[in-house]
Ligand binder design. Structure first.
Ligand code: SF4
Ligand code: SF4
Length: 325
């Protein structure tokens, strides 16, 4: 059976939040635009229904917030009921009603992001508990601004210890980030440094365009979200002829949803089957374990004492061997 991961990104670009660091904040769509987005999703769903010879994973990576739209929640439930769908993952701010999650069986996984300026922590944590009750796998991320440290720490203290909390590195501002802040982020997320890199990618094999493909609302297929050249169209009769192993055409790959498919990084060693939803694998060469942090030299890091954190047993993530890259 053929396998494929589709990164679906339709035209929807509005959000119920307005994060200052987001280019899509405050965007509003009118009824006609939303109807167009819905029709694109319906078409994608019809296509998925017909793919009996494939094992598919669908990752919704919207420009804005999709789950606040009922038609996305309904489409996800329907996708999860199709035998050819192995997994559905969605990026979300976790503000939407989550009743649909319990109808998805074990096929749904969530990439949740907590936005301290917009999300109420209590409500966010209540939403996490709803996912726990529905037995939905999820990770939680926060953008790595130093001003979010307090919120990040409180979130870490209140999230279930088994939930991976990751920090999204603000790569454009890394040079200005204090060493103390950088260590704090690594302390919260032992994989933080993996996300601070701009990985050399030009001319290197990537799963993009063969194992993984980006698809927009019109069905246009691309290697990934970061390369504009169309490869073909999902709604062509022989759409799969667009898929073949490819080398990356850009110098660097900086975004998690891209570089995890860069072959030489072997990120599957770190994330295994949780690579889309960004959940490190228990089968990784290191084991995440819950430890109580007894001491830390960074003020106000003493607040970390007596709180459970995820660290690797070695205290350090195992970084891919990047020598000579
Ligand atoms: S929740 Fe996400 S999509 Fe919405 S404004 Fe914030 S960063 Fe942008
Ligand atoms: S390495 Fe990154 S930019 Fe290059 S093809 Fe893969 S996902 Fe796209």
């Amino acid at each position: 059976m053929n396998e494929l991961t589709l990164l679906y990104r339709g035209p929807l670009s509005s959000c119920n939040y307005a994060c200052a660091y987001c280019p899509f904040a405050k965007r509003r769509e009118n009824r006609r635009q939303l109807e167009y987005d819905r029709s694109c999703l319906v078409r994608f769903l019809e296509w998925a229904r017909a793919q009996h010879n494939w094992h598919l994973r669908v990752f919704f990576t919207p420009w804005g917030e999709a789950l606040v739209r009922r038609y996305y929640r309904e489409a996800i439930v329907e996708l999860c009921r199709l035998p050819q769908i192995e997994k559905v993952v969605v990026q979300t701010n976790l503000s939407a009603p989550l009743a649909f999650a319990s109808q998805c069986g074990d096929k749904l996984a969530i990439w949740a992001t907590f936005h301290p300026d917009w999300a109420d922590p209590k409500r966010f944590l209540a939403q996490c508990r709803r996912l726990d009750q529905a037995q939905v796998a999820y990770s939680v991320g926060v953008v790595g601004f130093a001003r979010f440290r307090k919120a990040i720490l409180e979130l870490r203290q209140r999230l279930a210890p088994s939930v991976y909390l990751w920090i999204n590195a603000v790569k454009a501002q890394l040079d200005e980030l204090a060493e103390e802040d950088r260590r704090f982020f690594s302390h919260i997320d032992p994989l933080y440094e993996l996300n601070t890199q701009a990985y050399a990618s030009r001319g290197r094999p990537c799963g993009g365009g063969s194992r993984v493909v980006s698809v927009d609302g019109e069905g246009m297929l691309r290697t990934c979200h970061f390369q504009s050249q169309p490869l073909g169209n999902l709604y062509d009769r022989q759409w799969w002829t667009a898929l073949r192993p490819r080398l990356c055409l850009t110098d660097h790959c900086r975004c998690y949803i891209g570089y995890v498919h860069l072959e030489y990084l072997q990120m599957n060693r770190v994330f295994g089957s949780g690579i889309l939803e960004r959940i490190p694998s228990g089968r990784a060469p290191f084991q995440i374990k819950e430890v109580v942090v007894q001491s830390h030299s960074l003020a106000p890091m003493e607040a970390l004492e007596n709180h459970a954190h995820h660290l690797f047993s070695s205290g350090q993530p195992v970084l891919p061997d990047l020598a000579g890259q």
